[in-house]
Design a protein around this ligand. Structure first.
Ligand code: GLP
Length: 258
């Protein structure tokens, strides 16, 4: 995988936005994989700036969100449907009809999750999947011990994830216990993966993901199985990488483009 270590969280956002921009310029109807949480916010802000100044048009893109809480009312401001509508679809000028989030209120979860997989396949697969990483190494909501071959399904959130996400809710009790998430196998099917992490709180998870053995104990280590994965980090998030200097060296001496 390619590891880029950048001086500031803003630079992380800018370089990741460059990747997405080049995918969309090459294919205006590209299928984007969207992530929620604080990590991708700088990317969305940068993409929104480019849309506003007319240098980028995302109106024809399609998108699938990684995950959703189970049981939150549709109008709950922290449902990922609401977050994606507010923070992504609106500011990025995307067509709401072309953006899907798993239905966390479904009464037939088996069918809903199977249909979500089918919808991704019918769209031609995800061209570029954006990912944050949880402090426990989760991607999407694939908590530790998630099968590396898993598909979209219902999961129980780990206590650490509920505690981490309690900052978005009035209290820990309000954080849902369950979620629907794309599986690790679903994520690995995307043509390109782009994981971003900022801050020291992610340093351990990043080190396991990039340099640890591939293990369901650290779900993000599944990225090592993907032929086109890029990890973009600020300095604190990269602080526990044994080979940080090597990644800086390879980034400065890329092989010529073919
Ligand atoms: C959340 C999301 C993930 C996200 C991660 C990190 O719970 N389900 O998709 O990547 O946890 O969140 P943050 O970026 O806010 O640290």
């Amino acid at each position: 995988m390619e590891v880029l270590i950048l001086p500031t969280p803003e630079e992380v956002g800018r370089v990741a936005a460059d990747r997405i921009t080049s995918v969309v310029r090459a294919k205006p109807g590209a299928v984007l994989g969207l992530a929620t949480g604080s990590s991708p916010q700088a990317i969305y802000a940068e993409l929104a700036r480019r849309v506003r100044d007319g240098s980028l048009d995302l109106a024809l893109t399609r998108a699938f969100a990684l995950d959703e809480y189970v049981g939150l009312p549709v109008d709950h401001p922290q449902s990922y449907a609401a977050v994606i509508a507010r923070d992504v679809v609106g500011p990025l000028g995307m067509d709401p009809q072309r953006v899907r989030v798993p239905d966390g209120l479904s009464e037939d979860v088996e069918r809903t999750t199977a249909e979500y997989e089918l919808a991704i396949a019918r769209a031609g697969g995800i061209d570029i999947q954006l990912l944050g990483i949880g402090a426990n190494g989760h991607i999407g909501f694939n908590e530790p011990t998630s099968s590396l071959a898993s598909r979209t399904r219902i999961k129980t959130l780990a206590p650490q994830t509920r505690a981490d996400n309690a900052r978005f809710f009035a209290s820990l009790d309000e954080v849902p216990m369950h979620c629907i998430t794309q599986g690790l196998g679903t994520i690995l099917d995307a043509r390109e993966l782009l994981l971003v992490a900022q801050g020291e709180g992610k340093a351990d998870a990043v080190a396991h993901a990039v340099e640890g053995p591939v293990s369901s104990m650290w779900p993000a280590s599944a990225l090592q199985l993907h032929p086109h994965a890029t990890v973009i980090l600020d300095e604190p998030a990269a602080s526990r990488l044994a080979l940080a200097d090597y990644y800086r060296y390879t980034a400065a001496h890329k092989p010529p483009a073919s």
